[in-house]
Design a protein around this ligand. Structure first.
Ligand SMILES: [Zn+2]
Length: 164
């Protein structure tokens, strides 16, 4: 099984795990901006850099246009989706727009946060009725199916919040 690491995965994963994953070269600029130490490491020993074909890029853009996410996805995001389509790989990302397009396009994806390594995000259940908030951990399947509120019985939504 081939793993593709988005930039949050490149920053969160141990170097050993990164070295067995694929990434696109344009992520290097993002890594440099967010973690110069990691960027230096990846110049010596990083992921396997791969560039998707123009045909895969076109397929990824079509898939993103169908879900309405295309205007808010970066060129790097599109390249990651294209590479995942091309390699039939598992895309590791916490970006819900990328996850949305991936689901629609039949790309398998996993959240980086769910691996328990990333410090980037907390998750909570929010009740649509009484607004109660409950900290939670999403399950591994990426499923957004959640239980109803045990206070008022209204449906709950799974939301993530950035840690301060
Ligand atoms: Zn409630």
């Amino acid at each position: 099984m081939v793993d593709i690491a988005d930039t949050s995965a490149l920053l969160a994963w141990p170097a050993e795990r990164v070295s067995s994953a694929l990434a696109v070269p344009s992520q290097m600029a993002e890594v440099e901006k967010l973690s110069p130490e990691r960027a230096m490491l990846y110049q010596a020993q990083g992921p396997e850099w791969a560039t998707p074909s123009p045909q895969s890029l076109a397929e990824a853009k079509t898939a993103a246009a169908m879900t309405g996410d295309l205007p808010r996805l970066s060129p790097v995001d599109i390249e990651l989706l294209a590479l995942a389509l091309e390699k039939q790989a598992v895309l590791h990302t916490d970006d819900y727009r990328i996850q949305n397009v991936a689901t629609s396009a039949g790309i398998e994806w996993r959240s980086v946060t769910q691996s328990g390594i990333s410090k980037g995000w907390d998750w909570e259940l929010r009740c649509t009725g009484c607004r109660q908030r409950t900290p939670t951990v999403p399950d591994d399947s990426g499923s957004k199916n959640v239980s109803d509120c045990d206070v008022c019985g209204s449906p709950q939504e799974l939301k993530r919040k950035r840690r301060r």
